[in-house]
Design a protein around this ligand. Sequence first.
Ligand code: GLN
Length: 255
Amino acid sequence: MDASPQAGRPTLRVCALYPDLMNIYADRGNLLVLERRCRWRGIGFRLQASGLGEELDGEQHDLFYIGGGQDRDQQLCAADLIARKRAGLHAAARRGAVILGVCGGYQLLGHSYTLGSEEIDGVSLLDVRTVRSDQPRLIGNVAITAAVQVGTDGDGERVLAGFENHAGHTRLGSGQQPLGRVLRGHGNDGSSGLEGAISGNTLGTYLHGPLLPKNAWFADWLIARALCIDPDELDPLDDALEDATHLSARRAAGV
Ligand code: GLN
């Protein structure tokens, strides 16, 4: 996947956390979107993985990605995340690197994920706590208004559309900003009307699977934040297909 930059262009250095375990919803597709949108613009791209047992140097990457996982795999990763990667992730967050957690990955960016009598500690980059519910899983198409802005889009709010499937119900701490407000779907807990969480450049969301293929504008927002530039500075691309995909995901959610 690696590609050298054109002269004068930067390189986006991406780290996939536990790509062999935290990947149950086409998470590699999200990484591919980042790679393609960089490559099409002459921006270099470097993907490295950090798995179980590997120390993490937070200085070496501009964007960290942790995908969805089953409870069992989350348990395996959580202890390693704290022992070997927590300090690096916090250092990276302090210098403004982007850290994106999707579904199970989102849960591990918070303080804890409680399953019955067991509590799995997270890395506390987001002020959220998740409890596994015995109620039916929160499943379906979902659309939210995102608290991040890239230019203007109709009514001035950007929409993220995707699919969710989680048993965990996530509650935000009192000062924690959500990633967005639910237009359709369940979001963090099925009742608060809130979805995901964002603190600086650390983000978590339940919109998984092809999150970035369905929301190319958001991929560009992440790339720009990770490269410390304004999204408007990115060369425009022919997004006819991507725009159609976004509209189809919105329609699926009824928005
Ligand atoms: N295991 C977690 C839950 O069910 C996360 C699932 C996922 O990543 N899709 O809540």
